[in-house]
Design a protein around this ligand. Structure first.
Ligand SMILES: Nc1ncnc2c1ncn2[C@@H]1O[C@H](COP(=O)(O)OP(=O)(O)OP(=O)(O)O)[C@@H](O)[C@H]1O
Length: 291
């Protein structure tokens, strides 16, 4: 469990990446959503003991952040951008990380590395140098290093960027399996990454917590606000120019344009009300800031 109380991080005089954040993250998969610059990466770096907060307290399975050495032994962290020494092989990189994580028995270390390589589907590339890996393969190696030594807490920042759809699904299964008895914090701005796996989630916006709750509760934020309309081009331009209306998507149809919108009131006389998806709830919550 991760318990965050009144956490703030200020970078410069007027730049607060996080402001007075209170959040408890229980065992299981927990999703953290938010647009660019919401403060997600800053929060994860603080939890991974790579960045000191300006104020506030954090306890990770009961330990304060000041026990940084101990916390690093129980945390697996996949940063948004991982640097891997290009001349090392994938296997040697994991071996090095294993030693750093205190896996001192070579036999057990080898067995753990073989298992994790298979889970991320890199077993046939294990003896190749990392410089020959594709972006997605490097990402999978990053995932493998985070999962090695079965950490009690796993923190992953935008993990599926660069993965193809099949690998993305494989990764989601891996995280779900891993989270049965552990805490997994998954940060993303891709709503579908969270939809399939996280019962509980939080949304950050401009450094503050804008929402904490279930998927259903987030979905409900768009209840009665999602519309499908079919309009002519000039009416479409009027709708798009209206600051009270958020365009979700549009496509040309014979005789006009069909679009899905978020608006508090029916945007046209013949608008069809739709039941909201999780993404609609998220978009309604954060306004036009999605990215
Ligand atoms: N080292 C730094 N120095 C100054 N400002 C920073 C630093 N790191 C982050 N910030 C600022 O803090 C805010 C939060 O950034 P952060 O990277 O935590 O957001 P994020 O939610 O992870 O965004 P993204 O989805 O784009 O990665 C931004 O305004 C960013 O410019």
């Amino acid at each position: 469990m991760i318990k965050i109380e009144d956490l703030s991080k200020q970078f410069k005089k007027d730049v607060w990446a996080i402001r007075n954040l209170n959040l408890t993250i229980p065992t299981g998969m927990f999703g953290l959503l938010g647009p660019n610059a919401a403060g997600k990466t800053t929060l994860m770096q603080i939890l991974a003991t790579l960045l000191n907060p300006t104020s506030g307290t954090v306890r990770i399975n009961g330990r304060p952040l000041s026990d940084a050495e101990e916390i690093r032994q129980i945390i697996g962290y996949l940063p948004q951008f991982i640097e891997i020494y290009p001349h090392m092989t994938g296997y040697d990189f994991l071996d090095y990380i294993g030693v750093m994580k205190g896996m001192n028995d070579p036999r057990l270390r080898k067995s753990a590395i073989d298992t994790i390589l298979e889970k991320v589907n890199l077993q046939t590339k294990a003896k190749d140098k990392v410089r020959t890996y594709s972006g997605g393969m490097k990402q999978r190696l990053g995932i493998a290093q985070a999962l090695l030594a079965s950490p009690e807490i796993l923190i992953v920042d935008e993990p599926t960027a660069g993965l193809d759809p099949e690998e993305r699904i494989r990764f989601r299964h891996l995280l779900s399996e891993f989270s049965i008895k552990r805490t997994v914090l998954l940060s993303t701005h891709i709503v579908s990454d969270i939809e399939s796996s996280c019962q509980r989630l939080a949304v950050m916006k401009q450094g503050v917590l804008a929402f904490v709750g279930s998927q259903r509760q987030l979905q409900a934020r768009a209840e009665g606000k999602v519309w499908q309309v079919e309009v002519k081009e000039e009416q479409f331009l009027r709708l798009v120019g209206n600051p009270e209306i958020q365009l979700i998507h549009s496509r040309r149809i014979p005789g006009g344009i069909q679009c899905k919108l978020i608006a508090s009131d029916s945007p046209t006389a013949n608008a069809l009300s739709l039941s909201p998806s999780l993404e609609d709830g998220y978009l309604a919550l954060i306004g036009g800031e999605a990215s």
